[in-house]
Design a protein around this ligand. Structure first.
Ligand code: FAD
Length: 413
């Protein structure tokens, strides 16, 4: 962003790529209404924030391979700045755009989604990334100073040479049904940078929930058992570095304890899965995962239906799956349980579960989702290969049955 703003004239582009809303090989829409709505809100705010900097944000409901080359020609663009991506679909788009723009146009790519910047990590190359999280974490923590967040750029001179008449599409235009927010949701928040900052203000500064984060993070009900920052982090409305430095500021001015550190610890998990996907490339999407291990590849239609609708034999699983279907949100505790139940108890193809999460989650992030799914399914980075017992988990984390009552109190389907 800052680099792009150093040019004399700058425009920004966002594409609602129809492929992101199409049906996948398992029959799910790749982006369901919850994340689509959050994205609409995020892009709408970005457009207005960029306008204040005199940068028009062109929004298209089309493939980048179509609209970027058209803009390049129409406006005589000579440089394109993008976030560097390396996963299958993103690389395909990047290569498709490059093939269609004139040779003199430079594509400048930047890694800006990490906590530990790839140029700072203490490993010779990505192949040296440890497969065990603790080894990765300790080496990085010891050797890296987290970079400061980027500063807001100054406004550009008023842009008279180009008029932006593009509009952010609504759910219907994206082929999705509008919906009412379920009042029980643990995630009632809206997309966009200002909402991310409001959330930090609330969770850190107003309620001091950060000081109890490690103790409450396995909760299931309500807005404040965990930070809920994953959604804004996933679509780039806020950066991991911004969150990190805000935790540091909190530690200096309010309190520093194991709980405040634990939020950073979890952000390192987020980075870890990004580095694992850099190391293993498309193997994170393959059944045998990064361990090249046998996995349960069954695809039983009844199990699929029961799991998705929340009508399995396990009420703790059902409650979590109904929460996801109704809201696009599920706690980390819930995610671990339903994934383990799908892949290990029912012995179904974990990739279908991951694809369903991709469709439904507001905070879907390619690295965290597929990395965590591999981990829970026994083909990823968990050396212990555990299996969760949902009855036991419910006894520990929902001992009074309140969470199950909340989501199973009525027939929703
Ligand atoms: P907090 O507990 O407040 O944690 C703070 C931040 O740390 C999160 O916002 C997130 O960025 C990061 N974080 C926490 N736990 C993890 C973790 N296990 N892995 C990676 N990062 C973590 N997270 C996603 O962001 N997108 C996904 O698509 C996603 N899919 C998942 C699928 C499965 C099967 C499982 C078990 C976990 C998945 N997670 C995913 C990780 C985790 O469940 C969520 O990040 C977390 O629940 C989000 O809530 P929060 O922001 O309140 O987290």
């Amino acid at each position: 962003m800052n680099k792009a703003c150093s040019s004399t004239s700058t425009i920004a582009v966002f594409c609602f790529d129809p492929r992101r809303f199409a049906i996948d090989r398992y029959g799910f829409k790749r982006t369901e209404r919850f994340r689509a709505q959050f994205l609409i809100e995020s892009v709408t705010e970005l457009k207005s924030n960029l306008k204040k900097l005199n940068i028009p944000l062109f929004v298209f409901h089309d493939q980048p391979e179509n609209c970027i080359p058209r803009l390049v020609t129409a406006l005589g663009i000579d440089r394109i700045y993008v976030q560097r991506e390396w996963t299958r679909d993103e690389v395909k788009v990047r290569n498709g755009v490059c093939a269609k723009i004139p040779g003199h146009v430079q594509l400048q790519e930047y890694y800006d989604q990490f906590l530990f910047h790839p140029e700072d990590i203490p490993f010779m190359d990505y192949q040296q990334i440890p497969n065990v999280f603790t080894v990765f974490r300790k080496k990085c923590e010891k050797n890296i100073r987290i970079r400061s967040p980027l500063k807001y750029p100054d406004p550009k001179p008023v842009n008279n040479w180009i008029e932006d008449r593009t509009k952010v599409p609504d759910l219907k235009e994206l082929g999705l049904e509008p919906f009412e927010t379920d009042l029980r949701t643990a995630f009632p928040f809206k997309g966009g940078e200002s909402n991310a900052r409001t959330r930090i203000d609330h969770y850190f500064w107003e309620t001091h929930r950060l000081s109890q984060y490690k103790k409450t993070r396995n909760g299931l009900i309500g807005q404040d058992y965990s930070s809920k920052l994953s959604t804004w982090l996933a679509n780039g409305s806020i950066s991991a570095r911004t969150v990190f430095w805000e935790v540091k500021r909190y530690e200096q001015t309010v309190k520093k304890n194991e709980d405040t550190y634990w939020l950073i610890f979890e952000l390192i998990w987020r980075d870890f899965f990004k580095y694992i996907s850099l190391k293993y490339g498309n193997r994170i999407f393959q059944g045998k995962g990064i361990q090249d291990k046998m996995y349960h590849g069954r695809r039983n239609q009844q199990h699929k239906k029961d799991w998705i609708l929340g009508t399995t034999c396990a009420s703790f699983i059902n409650a979590n799956m109904r929460e996801l279907a109704q809201t696009g949100w599920m706690s980390n505790r819930g995610r671990q349980n339903v994934a383990s139940y799908w892949a290990k108890t029912l012995q179904q193809d974990w990739r279908l579960g991951a694809a369903y999460f991709e469709s439904m989650l507001i905070d879907y992030d390619v690295h965290s989702n597929w990395g965590n799914w591999m981990y829970v399914s026994g083909v990823g980075n968990d050396p212990r290969n555990r299996i969760f017992n949902p009855e036991r988990q419910a006894e520990i984390y929902d001992s009074k049955g309140k969470y199950q009552e909340l989501w199973l109190q009525e027939t929703l389907f």
